[in-house]
Design a protein around this ligand. Sequence first.
Ligand code: SF4
Length: 394
Amino acid sequence: MSLFSSIYAERDAEIRSILTSVRCPSLQRVEEILAKSQSSVPEAPSLAELAELLQIGVTEGADEQVELLRAHTRKHWRAPSGNTLRYVSPIYVSSFCVDACPYCNFSALRKDTVRHRLSLDELDREIELVLARDARVIELVYATDPEYDTKALVRDVSRAVRAVENIEGGGVLLCTEYLPSETYQALADAGLRGIVQWDETLDEQAYNRWHSASPRKANFHARLDNHDRAMSAGLDVAHGALFGLADFRYDALMQVARARYFAEAYGRGPFVMGTARLKPIGGKELHLSTTVSDRAHENALTTYKIALPQAGRWLQTRETFEMNLRNLLDNDVFTYSCGDVQPGGYAQIKTTSIAGAQFGVNELERNYVDNELAKLGFKINYGWMSPARTLAAR
Ligand code: SF4
């Protein structure tokens, strides 16, 4: 099996070296970088060139460069009409967690969190409710809950697969902690199509600062090759960093390196890139030295698109709808309702207050979303999974 860990040290050194001397590019230099990727023989921007583009987001007075990048991505990936967004319905199954990520309300150390684990009847009910809302692509979401061994995960995935297998464009994704190869194989055999797992940060030192109190998640190296294990089992993957845990420029470049590695090793990249940014949880602000401004975040979104034109980005309900409307491009993933990011959220089984939610989100009404998207030439595709084995662009 090919492993990302075999190239990690080399990429880490390369990116750190690039970031020690990167400068904000002039307008002319930005035009040069963009022209290369649009020439008759397109050339993907190098990590050093992408670092220049990311630097724009943290440089005072570089407004013209920001607008040039935005105009470029809109010109190529946002038509006046006919843009499509892919919808994913997360169904939270358990909020019991042994880990202790300080940025998550499901952390075992948070004693006030209202927790719940869905019974099988409740899981079926949540699936029914999202299907009634037209959703066809379901993402089952778990915390690090020891109750969910391979057998239990296969059982849940099989139930969700049975519910969508005869619906055009339907499919099931899974968001869990890292798992062994045999489990991924069993899940793929049960009909799972892909995994969604954010790397948090691939800056090992920063990762260890955030996760050393987590009994399972503390293992940076076991997590590093998790996507390889899933891809080797035939699953597709979504990966991304949680911006705000480390220098976001490092994380964005490492995620691009990771996506390019997958394309080379497996003949397919991620089916979508995660773009999460650290947000308040439990109604409380986190004050951090690595906070990522709106401008830097939006600039990172455009940089991802320029770096990986085939991959959509997963724009987050953690962000405001206004921000998402500014940044959405054709083929992105966008979800306007996440079941209040807690188990039983669609049926309102326990509580839909922030006390039971994983983090704060902006839940939106469908009609409002549809109207606002239509004004910009977008519509939502609820059943976008192809029957083909592979979701990701080659
Ligand atoms: S981010 Fe995941 S592993 Fe960490 S505390 Fe939350 S649910 Fe648990």
